[in-house]
Design a protein around this ligand. Structure first.
Ligand code: GLP
Length: 258
């Protein structure tokens, strides 16, 4: 796992945009995450696209997760959210943005179909991830099977409360979701997790320096051969080996790439 520590959220967005831009140049299949953390990276990528520096015309995208019971058109569906925040503003057609079907009569069938679609697309080349304050990635809450496929999950009370800010009231937050599983996410070629702010410091320390455990689903990054964690100083505050991560980056060989 490579850990890049940046002074602030804006520099996290720049570093993450540099990585995604390289993948877009190669027409890669992108795994996209919602949540507020990647929004600044999406803004930066939109700006580069608008300046003609970047094109997504050869790329397609798979979302990490979706609320069950919200149609795609609902403004808080993750499909609508990612469209509003990113894909509508770049040259990637809606038809090439895939999301789990939150309206399916049989969510588990929809989960299996989603994993099949990802496999048929040749897999996800780079997966953007945020992290929940409880250590979840996608919507894989604590206790998620480390090898799970896309399936229904029930949200943790802490996630419902964290996400209530996007809805009129806590009661309006859907309780059930469809999320790429930890096994699905692990099959991505490169996992890139972003975290900013001091409310993420415990989750970042747990995922990077704690035990590999279903209690901290983000700790599966420890098993992955190509994982990059990009955090600001606030989110890095509880990392015991922060000095080492800076040293590693300062001494990174030029041939290594992202
Ligand atoms: C949601 C999403 C996650 C996201 C997390 C953190 O629950 N399902 O993919 O990483 O929230 O969101 P934020 O970046 O807003 O803190």
């Amino acid at each position: 796992m490579e850990i890049l520590i940046r002074p602030d959220a804006a520099s996290v967005a720049q570093a993450a945009a540099d990585i995604i831009a390289d993948y877009a140049d190669r027409g890669a299949t992108l795994g996209l995450a919602t949540g507020s953390t990647p929004v600044a990276m999406y803004k930066e990528l939109i700006a580069r696209y608008q300046r003609g520096e970047l094109s997504f015309s050869q790329s397609q995208a798979f979302l990490l997760d979706e609320y069950i019971g919200l149609p795609r058109e609902h403004e808080q569906s993750y499909f609508a959210t990612i469209r509003r925040e990113f894909t509508y503003h770049i040259d990637i057609d809606d038809a090439r943005v895939y999301s789990p079907d939150g309206m399916a009569a049989h969510p588990d069938d929809a989960g299996l179909a989603y994993d099949k679609a990802i496999a048929e697309a040749g897999g996800i080349d780079v997966q953007v991830l945020g992290v929940g304050t409880d250590g979840h990635i996608g919507f894989n809450e604590p206790g998620s099977s480390l090898s799970s496929g896309t399936r229904m999950k029930t949200l943790h009370a802490s996630t419902i409360s964290d996400n209530a800010r996007f809805f009129e009231s806590t009661q309006d937050v859907p309780v059930h979701v469809l999320t790429q599983g930890l096994g699905t996410i692990s099959r991505g070629g490169h996992l890139m997790l972003l975290a900013t702010g001091d409310n993420k410091a415990d989750a970042v320390a747990a995922l990077a320096e704690g035990p590999l455990s279903a209690i901290c689903p983000a700790s599966i990054l420890q098993l992955h051969p190509h994982a990059t964690v990009i955090v600001d100083e606030a989110a890095a505050a509880r990392l015991k080996h922060a000095d080492y991560y800076h040293f590693v980056e300062a001494n990174k060989p030029g041939w290594q790439g992202h």
